[in-house]
Design a protein around this ligand. Structure first.
Ligand code: MG
Length: 471
């Protein structure tokens, strides 16, 4: 009898709980914003006017920042393409999904692996809640059919399946970072859904075509919630601009390409305005990793940050990031809270009223409150992985480097014990090691690091699985 009553009580309590959850869900569902993620490739922290570039003109992104919130301490989840994208779409560090490797840093045309089917992408999670979903741009999470966007929750796909410098032909007349590259040097396929529609892709017009496709998708879905993910091909080398932008920027070809990217962002925002969707749509703009410095004039700038793409110094992973949602994301705000692409997965699910998966670790934090104007970020720590190794850990203003290595080149990793310690508030360029003055901070970060390591289970490596060499 007693057992029976306890059972009834539990039933009533769980009923209350379910009602509470349903209420929260329907509130969120009433709002259910559209979500647009605009993701540049290899854009540096210092490459936009609103982040201090003196000659690259980015009026549309500057306006987006004035009408929205600009982040100073926003990180990508990895310093190179493939793992960074895997993390953005799953909210999980790439080591967990197996989308990172110490031997092959990204997927290549001879790769056989890709984002494992058991991973839940943002598109899959939102599709389950009635969102229409499109991916327009560079995928780089596996180009075999089973790994394409259309098998990962996206209703449609238009773009190139991996980087634009891959499938380089033997007769290419110059380096990928040439300032006058030719389309014919790179036999990169352009795909619609699962079919190659152009090869080599005419890279001069990719940015423009992506923004046209994006606008078309927005117009077609103005009456239902949608997720639009636009991972631009540029400004990853080789650099191509359309005739409208080529030769116009004082910064040269790299500037032309970034200015065209800015124009594409402007076109997407203009379409949202024209369709009356501004107040129903969260738009986030950021980049997958820092500037590819070894490309010299064909690479971008990390501004005052140290190093660039490939490294776990700030320049490799701290990105320009702007959030825009008129009426919800505060206009003209500069947010100094620590946040990451990892956080977009839980934040977007929360905004859509979708419960995050409970059967796996999620490394992202729900920053929907921060986006809407909360003063404090739910995130106080950040873990900087290069490939499968944890190189550095940030807690508050302090960042400890256990390993350092420049982004590209032959120099091996250098181990630091005690770690190098930088106070990023006073020394964002990471030039003055203050470990000796702060043994307590070093100990505190060491404890955080140990806890993190204890909870990390690596997924099966997807990047080292390659086609056998042709005989
Ligand atoms: Mg990249």
């Amino acid at each position: 009898m007693r057992k029976h009553r306890a059972g009834l009580l539990r039933l009533a309590l769980s009923g209350l709980l379910i009602t509470g959850v349903m209420a929260a869900r329907s509130d969120a569902q009433a709002e259910r914003p559209n979500i647009v993620i605009l993701f540049a490739d290899d854009l540096g922290y210092g490459d936009l006017t609103c982040y201090g570039h003196p000659t690259i003109r980015t009026p549309h992104l500057d306006r987006m920042a004035r009408e929205g919130t600009r982040f100073t301490d926003f990180y990508s989840a990895a310093p190179v393409c493939t793992p960074s994208r895997a993390a953005l779409l799953t909210g999980r560090l790439p080591l967990r999904s197996g989308m990172t490797s110490d031997t092959r840093r990204v997927l290549f045309p001879n790769s056989r692996g890709g984002l494992p089917a058991e991973e839940i992408t943002l598109a899959e999670a939102l599709k389950g809640a009635g969102y229409r979903t499109a991916c327009i741009g560079k995928w780089h999470l596996g180009h075999k059919p089973e790994f394409l966007p259309t098998r990962n929750g996206f209703d449609s796909y238009f773009g190139i399946p991996y980087s634009n410098d891959m499938d380089r032909l033997p007769n290419a007349g110059g380096p990928s970072g040439s300032l006058s590259p030719k389309v014919g040097w790179f036999n990169v396929p352009l795909m619609r859904n699962e079919t190659v529609v152009e090869r080599p892709a005419d890279q001069h017009t990719l940015t423009r075509r992506y923004s046209e496709e994006a606008s078309k998708f927005i117009r077609a879905n103005r009456r239902n919630p949608f997720l639009l993910y636009v991972p631009f091909t540029m400004p990853h080398v080789p650099l191509f601009a359309s005739s409208e932008f080529a030769g116009k920027s004082p910064r040269g070809l790299y500037g032309d390409v970034v200015e065209e990217l800015d124009g594409a962002v402007g076109r997407v925002l203009d379409t949202l305005r024209a369709e009356g969707l501004s107040r129903k749509t969260l738009v986030v703009f950021t980049s997958d990793n820092g500037p590819w410095l070894t490309q010299r004039l064909a690479g971008g700038s990390a501004g005052l940050l140290r190093d660039g793409k490939g490294s776990t110094w700030e320049g490799g992973m701290r990105e320009p990031a702007i959030a825009w949602w008129p009426g919800k994301v505060r206009a003209g705000r500069v947010c100094r809270g620590v946040a990451s692409t990892l956080d977009l997965f839980p934040a977007c699910l929360a905004l859509a009223g979708v419960q995050p998966p409970a059967d796996r670790p999620i490394d992202g934090h729900d920053i929907s409150g921060l986006l809407k104007g909360d003063e404090r970020s739910p995130r106080n720590t950040y873990f900087f992985y290069r490939d499968t190794q944890l190189y550095a850990v940030r807690k508050g203003a302090f960042k400890a480097h256990y390993l350092t290595r420049t982004g590209y080149g032959q120099a091996p990793a250098v181990r630091h014990d005690p770690p190098l310690l930088f106070n990023l508030d006073v020394d964002p360029s990471e030039t003055m090691d203050v470990a000796a003055a702060h043994p307590d901070v070093v100990r505190d970060i060491a404890a955080v690091t140990e806890r993190h390591r204890a909870g990390m289970v690596a997924g099966r490596n997807q990047l080292d699985d390659i086609d056998p060499p042709a005989r």
